[in-house]
Write a protein that binds this ligand. Structure first.
Ligand SMILES: CC(C)(COP(=O)(O)OP(=O)(O)OC[C@H]1O[C@@H](n2cnc3c(N)ncnc32)[C@H](O)[C@@H]1OP(=O)(O)O)[C@@H](O)C(=O)NCCC(=O)NCCS
Length: 195
């Protein structure tokens, strides 16, 4: 039986390949991506679905500010490898992610996705009616879930990113390291034989 486990850096290449298969290149242009770009997922809320050594599903949640309602999570992307869809694995990932978010004390979750899928987990459009995303979304797909009752009541305003910024490589330090070593010389066999 596949298991939902904390995502690790070793899972990332397989996760990227899975997301490319499930969503294609358009995934990088989604409005939700504006809230995730250069950020880390919320602590303890990035999951990989593993079957043996194979990654067959992924789910992440991110810190956002839900306008006047304050701190919330943004859920997504969630994906299950096409060969294993419709076997309850998406639900397994979702229920595990929602339970962990609740256990960690989070009050509300937002997402942009297909209502016919997410309403089964308690998401509803009525909770986000006073909120706006920072870019275009189909409004009927902008949904909310309260883990703490009342956490989205009367929420107004624009959703903004609030997660920790991803640490970037220290370019200056890398350049300094390179300059402290002599340039590697490449031998050119063609020139060598012509000498
Ligand atoms: C959405 C996704 C994660 C669901 O995972 P899954 O393992 O297939 O889901 P489950 O097995 O738990 O549930 C399957 C049920 O959800 C339904 N379902 C799946 N995707 C759906 C969608 N986008 N809209 C409505 N219903 C959907 C199936 O028809 C099936 O219905 P049934 O139980 O009545 O037969 C998976 O289909 C997937 O990765 N899709 C491609 C990526 C994607 O669209 N991600 C979500 C963005 S909104």
């Amino acid at each position: 039986m596949p298991r939902s486990l904390p995502e690790t850096p070793a899972h990332r290449p397989a996760r990227e390949a899975l997301l490319d298969r499930c969503f294609g290149p358009a995934r990088h242009r989604k409005t939700c991506e504006l809230l995730r770009r250069d950020r880390n997922p919320a602590s303890g809320l990035a999951f990989s679905l593993l079957e043996g050594e194979s990654l067959i599903g992924t789910l992440r949640l991110w810190h956002v500010t839900a306008g006047s309602a304050g701190p919330a999570l943004l859920l997504g992307p969630v994906a299950v490898t096409p060969e294993r869809q419709s076997q309850g694995l998406g639900a397994l990932l979702m229920r595990h992610g929602l339970a962990e978010a609740e256990r960690l004390g989070h009050g509300a979750i937002l997402l942009v996705g297909d209502a016919p899928y997410y309403t089964r987990f308690g998401f509803s459009r009525s909770l986000t009616e006073g909120l706006a995303m920072p870019g275009p979304v189909e409004l009927e797909r902008f949904l909310g879930l309260e883990l703490l009752s009342g956490s989205l009541t009367g929420a107004r305003g624009i959703v903004s990113a609030s997660g920790p910024v991803e640490s970037q490589p220290d370019v200056a330090a890398i350049a300094a390291l390179h300059s402290s070593f002599p340039m590697e010389r490449h031998s050119n066999p063609t020139h060598a034989s012509a000498r």
